[in-house]
Design a protein around this ligand. Sequence first.
Ligand code: RFL
Length: 404
Amino acid sequence: MTVTPNSPSPHRLPVVIVGAGPAGLTLGNLLRAASVDCVVLETESRESIERRPRAGVLEEWAVRGLERHGLADNLLARAERHTACEFRFDGERYRFPYHQLTGRHHFVYPQPLLVTDLVREYADVRGGDIRFGVRDVHPHDLDTDRPSVSYTSPETGERQVLHCEFVAGCDGARGVTRAALPPERARVARHDYGIGWLALLAEAPPSSDCVLFGCHPRGFAGHMPRSPEVTRYYLQCPPGDDPENWPHDRVWRELRTRLAAAGQPPLTEGALIERRVLDMHDYVVEPMTYGRLFLAGDAAHLVAPIAAKGMNLALHDAFLLADALVARFTQGDPRGLDGYERASLRRVWDYQEFSQWLSEVYHGAAAGDAFRAGTTAARLRRLFTSPVAAAAFAEQYLGTAERY
Ligand code: RFL
């Protein structure tokens, strides 16, 4: 397909995309490929979004979706395939071979690498217009058929206005587009877990070939390989805890205790290059659409990193919204846009429910409640004694249900 470059000063753009994370960049690439003109606005610099460490686990359907649109060449060449995860509890290890059960696997590819690939493809290969470092972004007139987005240019300090037909709000959990929903129309369904996770990145090779979940009376610990040099770890901690309370020695002592399993070699330690506390919570904003505004990704729904689902949901929205906008612009067909929210939220709520379920598995042993500790242990045992329970878990963990 021939792709024309964006015109230098488009009069009325089909789409303005606010935010250059996985959702906004995937949407931008798909629109460019279908010759639907758009501009992406991003508050950070290119270097900053290409370095921001976050997710790493991608589900197979999401990778296949990127591949179908020519966006997965590097990913397929470099990502690791994960075929199992391991629970550690009562001092033993229990390997859960999900590939053996389902024929499916996870891809592990750090989010900064995916973002780097998507920016390069959008800006350098497909000639897309992306404006970094913009400030004070505001959407306007969303409930009319002539919306616009204004921002302050970092080069000139002047206000610029982009007139458009649709606005895609892909600006993440701290963006501005969600706030454009009138409060009387918006409902934010929120769930607080009442726990914190100390999220760590260690300059250390993984200590196992797979993801490890330590379900320990002192609290949850997680081990997530990211690359041969870097490993993500998590430690359950009080919500709002200060990362300064977690010096190097304390971190590694807790990780060793909570991830201990008979006969296993000690963890490979390394310098901690990221240390931040996440207050674990989920939310879903409804409606996800308002007039000419369509929210996508974390702007619309956040799922705590318990089950590694957030980036996958951001990509799911981008695929749906791109298909819907392309159908609207190329065939005048509005049905995709009309059904966008419903199609997105079915998977979103399913993943939210799974995260809640899995949270109890991770955190129940440390709840300080003998009853919850007992039911958590039963949940864990069931995964390794009941093939039906194992199959159901694998389907949810991998996001492979036939219908949502
Ligand atoms: P993003 O990635 O937050 O991108 C939003 C972009 O919008 C910009 N922005 C604005 N731009 C213009 N105007 C404004 N007013 C703006 N305000 C903000 C931001 O600078 C940013 O560039 O949202 P998106 O695209 O919806 O993608 C969501 C994912 O990033 C997120 O769900 C995942 O990172 C969640 N997540 C994980 N998801 C997975 O699927 N698998 C994982 O393994 C996984 N691990 C994680 C995670 C999130 C984590 N944190 C930090 C909460 C691990 C962690 C530690």
